[in-house]
Design a protein around this ligand. Structure first.
Ligand code: CP3
Length: 338
């Protein structure tokens, strides 16, 4: 097997696979004891700028589970940090922005990302690609809507009120913000691809808050531009609570559409339409139940996934912090055995 022939890249391209490939969103970090040990006393954003740590943390789940792809250890806000946005990641909370963007003046904080703003990204990915051999490395970025939400709200938000208030009430400001973020996100993905990432995932985690027509008007032009700009590798597009958006997400141009646990994969394939592979979609909370509960549900997902033109097994959202790593190991083995 070669890298280009790996089950993961083949499934993304909708080619036949020897077994269903599997990886887990947020597999690096979170529940692994070896991760928690490495991170002791190191703030998250410092870890994300330290190549030795990035490489080791990215490899940990690959060694432990034997999954089909690695995901670069970082966070969606690191390119914003790299251009000087004053923000931090608070344990148990998430990204917190010191000066939320609420007006045109606020946009000044978002200068373009230059290719050499993130030397630790390039250096880590170059080492990882050597270490990983035939295992693909997924680069990633947060999508403009989700990054915009953190920047406008100033931190995590339940209903994204201020974000939507800007989107509906100040559409010119909204579009100007989305344009700046689009260029930053695109450059961040290109930096990862140039360094050797063999696929990318765009996380639009919170875009499920938006209705389909509003998605078309306020979000789609930007996600489309990003996917057009990274055609050289398979592209995965993921959001939470996007059941009603699956059709329009299909129009954004990714090769693979991620599905959360709310829509069964056979139904998701129908909603997304032809010409796409799917990724998903076990509810991460199911892994907190005994294995006897997990097994039939995982098999059901494999069965429904066969209705899609390609299937990458994953959770419907990130691994929960209190997940037993042994459950993820058993799940990986089950998916591989088919
Ligand atoms: O394994 C992987 O998937 C790679 C690493 C990764 C992290 N964040 C590490 C992280 C990835 C892909 C992300 C993406 C990310 N970050 C998203 C999109 C994915 C999703 O879950 O929807 C979002 C929305 C963020 C923003 C963010 N950063 C949140 C919500 C949190 C969690 C806060 C918490 O502690 O629960 C973070 C912090 C974060 N990102 C941690 C890690 C390992 C924890 C940091 C710490 O413990 O100090």
């Amino acid at each position: 097997m070669t890298l280009a022939d790996s089950a993961f890249l083949r499934a993304c391209r909708r080619q036949p696979v020897p077994h269903t490939p599997v990886w887990f969103m947020r597999q690096a970090g979170r529940s692994l004891p070896e991760y928690l040990k490495l991170r002791e006393g190191v703030p998250m954003l410092q870890a994300c700028a330290t190549p030795d740590l990035i490489v080791e943390i990215t490899l940990q789940p690959v060694r432990r589970y034997g999954i089909d792809a690695a995901i670069f250890f970082s966070d969606i806000v690191t390119p914003l940090k790299a251009i000087g946005v004053d923000l931090d990641i608070h344990p148990g909370i998430g990204p917190v922005v010191a000066d939320p963007i609420r007006d045109l003046k606020g946009l000044d904080a978002l200068r373009p990302l230059e290719p050499d703003d993130e030397p630790y990204v390039t250096e880590s990915i170059q080492s990882l690609v050597k270490e990983l051999g035939d295992t693909p490395l997924i680069g990633f970025a947060g999508a403009p809507f989700t990054l915009g939400s953190y920047l406008i709200e100033g931190g995590p938000s339940r209903n994204h009120d201020r974000t939507k208030a800007m989107m509906y009430g100040e559409p010119r400001l909204w579009h100007a913000l989305m344009e700046r973020l689009t260029e930053i996100v695109l450059e961040h993905l290109l930096i990862q691809i140039r360094a050797g990432a063999s696929a990318i995932q765009l996380f639009d985690s919170w875009v499920g808050a938006v209705a389909p027509d509003d998605y078309r008007e306020f979000v789609l032009p930007y996600t489309r531009r990003i996917f057009e700009g990274v055609r050289s590798v398979p592209r995965i597009h993921f959001g939470v609570g996007t059941g009603e958006l699956l059709g329009v997400l299909g129009e954004a141009g990714a090769d693979v559409v991620g599905v959360d646990w709310r829509v069964p994969l056979d139904e998701a394939a129908r909603r997304v339409g032809p010409g796409k592979a799917l990724q998903g979609n076990l509810d991460p909370a199911i892994l907190l139940a005994p294995w006897e509960v997990v097994e039939p549900r995982a098999r059901d997902i494999l069965r429904r996934g066969r209705q899609a033109e390609g299937h990458v097994f994953n959770l419907g959202h990130g691994v929960l912090p209190n997940t037993d790593p042994d459950q993820l190991k058993r799940l990986t083995d089950l998916v591989h055995e088919g």
